[in-house]
Design a protein around this ligand. Structure first.
Ligand SMILES: [Ca+2]
Ligand SMILES: [Ca+2]
Length: 506
């Protein structure tokens, strides 16, 4: 609307073709810029006392408003829910407004939250009768030069451990993998709000050439730019495998050409699902490439066999088959070095409340198991819509090996195979919790360990916390990776950094 007004104003001011052309260019620039330049997502409220009507205006930049849209608007009056409206698309690919009849009087506090169908929500609040409109800007944080300002002293670790910055300026750093030579590869994924932005995100490699346990700028290579959310990385026989949303690609002989790699080879085409489409990959002890295929929904039944599974294939992409089904959204897995068996994290469905279901750590000792989604959550909770058939039972599904808690968002996980950390950590699973996005009281934003005994999970404790302070997160752990010296790297996509946690015996 704003752009149109400006265009017509400029066009009216003169009939000259040049000025009209300039106005069109300006309009084009204004339309393109927000998508290219990591737009903020805004929610603003305006209350019309005379007509007893609330206008909720949302900015949500998307390329296709029928597949990526604000699906729910909720309004609270003085803390009580008074409006819930659901939608199956949004009216425009950028800014749009909805008007709702609402009785409110001076002093009432109105809070509106707009929920994206993929993930993420934005809120804003006003007090009726106040002249100044309260607009809350809540774009995803993306400080890439944050090294100096990150409050690492807030991170609590067990005695003897310390945390420092290993690498920074790695915009949207996500999954990590280490080659046998010690090259660290780092995948990335854009924030939910700009997942489909045309400029994509980059892929990094780090070689700590001077062995000082820190990646100087000269030790970081950008392998590729502008990829479609290259979240997953895996390394085998000299080649780097990268999972984008819609492709798995392979860079051959990558370590000899980190700065100017040859064009990658596509080994597999995957569906372009935005929701839960950021793929995690890894090579199993069987030499197969495993890929997590997240469900293309919060909760749904689907015809697409590949949806909500962990699949595996030959390294050339052939003979893809389902390894595990009923997996909603796994963004981390690893094989127990003691047994060769797969363990994986899974993120539970949303919108069942603050405290259910629990996110999961799962154990898949064999192919062909079903881990419950979408009918059965955290082992015993039938889905209120899809699992309520009385003929249905959770008994045939594999329950979680360990309940990690609701909405903690467990992503990367690894068995600790190093020798630097004390004995009690060896063979344990470290899990990075990205943290909740839609829980009233935020939870997660930490590292936890799960203790195994006789191939069974028997305990769970917090290892590192402090990224969440007074309900506000300043960092979000994504993946963990042990270095050869036994120290542990932790990626953080909110700050675009990798931390290194080491242990120094007293
Ligand atoms: Ca270095
Ligand atoms: Ca499950």
């Amino acid at each position: 609307m704003l752009s149109k007004d400006i265009e017509s104003t400029i066009a009216k001011a003169s009939s000259s073709k040049t000025i009209k052309a300039f106005a069109s260019l300006l309009l084009l620039f204004m339309m393109i810029l927000p998508v290219m330049a990591h737009p903020p997502s805004l929610v603003s409220l305006a209350y019309d006392s005379q007509n007893q009507s609330l206008k909720v205006t949302t900015t949500h930049q998307v390329s296709d408003p029928t597949s990526h849209y604000v699906f729910r608007i909720e309004v609270l009056k003085n803390g009580e829910k008074v409006i819930t409206k659901e939608y199956t698309s949004q009216p425009t690919p950028s800014t749009f407004s909805y008007d709702y009849p609402l009785n409110a009087s001076k002093g009432d506090i109105l809070k509106a939250t707009a929920y994206c169908v993929i993930a993420g929500s934005k809120s804003s609040e006003i007090t009726v009768g106040e002249t100044k409109l309260s607009v809350q800007q809540a774009g995803a944080a993306n400080a890439t030069n944050a090294k100096a300002s990150l409050p690492l002293d807030k991170i609590l670790l067990p005695p003897g451990f310390k945390i420092e910055i290993y690498a920074d300026n790695l915009t949207f750093a996500r999954s990590m993998t280490l080659s046998p030579n010690g090259t660290l590869f780092v995948g990335t994924r854009r924030p939910f709000e700009t997942l489909d932005a045309p400029n994509g995100s980059d892929l990094y490699a780090i070689v700590d050439k001077n062995n000082n346990n820190h990646a100087e700028a000269s030790e970081i290579s950008v392998i590729a730019k502008g990829l479609n959310n290259p979240n997953g990385v895996a390394f085998k026989d000299g080649s780097l495998y990268v999972a984008l949303i819609n492709l798995i690609i392979r860079f051959d002989d990558i370590e000899s050409q980190l700065d100017r790699p040859k064009e990658p080879v596509t080994i597999k085409e995957l569906p372009q699902y935005l929701m839960h489409g950021w793929r995690y990959i890894g090579f199993g002890p069987d030499g197969k490439l495993y890929v997590a295929m997240g469900a293309n929904c919060n909760v749904c039944q689907h015809d697409d066999e590949i949806n909500a599974t962990i699949a595996c294939m030959n390294p050339d992409g052939s003979e893809m088959e389902t390894f595990a089904r009923g997996v909603r959204n796994s963004v981390g897995f690893d094989w127990d070095p003691a047994t060769g068996e797969l363990w994986f994290t899974d993120n539970g469905r949303d919108l069942l409340g603050n405290d259910v279901p629990s996110d999961e750590l799962n154990h898949a000792p064999a192919k062909g198991l079903n881990f419950g989604f979408p009918t059965c959550h955290s082992g015993s909770i039938p889905d209120p819509d899809l699992g309520s058939d009385k003929n249905y039972t959770c008994n045939t599904m594999v329950p979680p090996a360990w309940m990690l808690g609701p909405h903690v968002a467990p992503l990367g996980m690894r068995f600790y195979t190093g020798m630097q950390f004390p004995e009690k950590y060896r063979g344990q699973i470290f899990v990075a919790e990205h943290g909740s996005w839609n829980r009233d009281t935020p939870i997660g934003y930490r590292l936890v360990t799960v203790r195994l005994q006789n191939n069974t999970a028997v305990g769970h404790e917090v290892f590192a916390e402090g990224w969440l302070q007074n309900g506000t997160a300043w960092g979000r752990p994504v993946d963990v990776q042990t270095l050869k010296d036994g120290s542990m790297l932790v990626s953080d996509d909110m700050n675009g950094v990798i931390y290194r946690i080491s242990y120094i015996p007293s």
